[in-house]
Design a protein around this ligand. Structure first.
Ligand SMILES: Cc1cc2nc3c(=O)[nH]c(=O)nc-3n(C[C@H](O)[C@H](O)[C@H](O)COP(=O)(O)OP(=O)(O)OC[C@H]3O[C@@H](n4cnc5c(N)ncnc54)[C@H](O)[C@@H]3O)c2cc1C
Ligand code: SF4
Length: 342
């Protein structure tokens, strides 16, 4: 671990000022915001991230850690803790996929500490990335190569990869955000902006060290999930090597609006298999306007994994991904009909 300076921001304006040299998604950014610290401290101890300055956001929790549900949608403060949001009655009843994605993540201790903003910005669990004794890692050291391509890649991605990086995006909450077409609110040195959540994480495109579209100094202040007719009937299915305290090897966030058995609208997010939080729009189109049956769910599963490429040890994810989509669709169909329609 290297020496670093520490500053606690009293308010958002000060956080932005102090954080002008942050560059989330860049290992070598000279400053980093500190929220729960549950992943940043790990990476600093491993010498993977070496910020010279930490800007502590925890004083902002009272103002930017709240949950507000209105007829327009759900607003989640970025400093809200995972456990708090997972247990919130409105989130559990009206946006179940969000509550489930948080509840199935990490451990109780981590969920009590970790925030939503930090969760979506967590880095890959690729072992070559997290161990600097491996010199080949384009994400950690641009231009150095990718040790995982010909190494042990059982947990790596099969969707959205390129020759520069096959790392898997590890988070769960982001997958639910993709399915529910969430937006994020940001504030930075040049003012505030709102972005579709889907545009936060960049494709690898030969530059895997650049992970997000955040600008230096930008703080995520909130997530907004619009109230839709499909948010109520939504589930998160997470497949992992053990039943708790483990990252996904495949996951699917599914939200459905049904008219009887017929799919009016479908939204599908995928996790554990893709380079970044993934939306399976081709699979959604396969389902729309047709009765949801085992056969149509299988067709959607196949469409969701179209273009997926295995790298050897992770070839099993192609079939696992299809099956995970089928299971999530059938679980969503079996949910009781929501009492409130948007
Ligand atoms: C053993 C273990 C198992 C885990 N299992 C899972 C799992 O199954 N599923 C899952 O989803 N996650 C899992 N996690 C990851 C865990 O959920 C994250 O560590 C946590 O959510 C990060 O949140 P934090 O508030 O602690 O972030 P921090 O560590 O404080 O920050 C992470 C990054 O986000 C940046 N940041 C934080 N907040 C903001 C903000 N508001 N604006 C801009 N930048 C910000 C920081 O600068 C930093 O770069 C696991 C972690 C561990 C250690
Ligand atoms: S998969 Fe990505 S993170 Fe892992 S070694 Fe290759 S370049 Fe690095």
């Amino acid at each position: 671990m290297r020496p670093f300076s520490y500053a606690r921001a009293a308010d958002l304006a000060q956080a932005v000022r102090l954080g002008e040299h942050t560059g989330q998604g860049q290992t070598d950014a000279p400053a980093q915001f500190l929220a729960g610290g549950t992943t940043l401290y790990d990476l600093m101890k491993l010498d993977v991230m070496m910020p010279g300055r930490l800007v502590d956001l925890t004083s902002l929790r009272a103002t930017h850690g709240t949950v507000t549900a209105t007829t327009a949608g759900l607003r989640l403060g970025a400093l809200a803790r995972m456990a708090h949001v997972a247990a919130h009655p409105a989130v559990r009843s009206e946006y179940p996929v969000v509550a489930q994605s948080l509840q199935l993540a990490a451990s109780a201790q981590l969920r009590n500490m970790a925030t939503l903003g930090g969760n979506v910005l967590q880095r890959t669990r690729c072992t070559y990335f997290r161990d600097p004794s491996w010199t080949e890692c384009n994400k950690r050291t641009p231009g150095s190569g990718c040790a995982a391509l010909n190494g042990f890649n059982r947990n790596h991605a099969v969707l959205g990869t390129d020759a520069s990086c096959i790392a898997q995006y590890p988070g769960d909450f982001a997958v639910a955000l993709m399915a529910l077409e969430a937006e994020i609110d940001l504030i930075g040195p040049h003012g505030s902006r709102r972005l579709p959540f889907a545009s936060l994480h960049r494709a690898a495109e030969g530059q895997p060290h650049l992970e997000t579209t955040l600008r230096p100094g930008e703080v995520i202040t909130a997530f907004f999930i619009p109230a839709t007719a499909w948010a109520h009937r939504s589930v998160y299915v997470k497949v992992r090597d053990r039943a708790s305290y483990e990252f996904a090897i495949a996951s699917a966030a599914v939200a459905l609006e049904l008219d009887g058995d017929v799919v009016r609208q479908a939204r599908i997010g995928l996790g554990g298999m893709a380079y970044r939080p993934w939306r399976a729009q081709v699979a959604e189109a396969v389902l729309t306007g047709k009765p949801l049956t085992e056969a149509s769910a299988k067709a959607a599963g196949r469409a969701a994994m179209e273009g997926a490429v295995g790298h050897g040890h992770n070839d099993y994810k192609l079939e696992l991904g299809r099956q995970t989509v089928v299971r999530a669709l059938m679980e969503a169909k079996a949910m009781p009909t929501p009492s409130r329609k948007v």
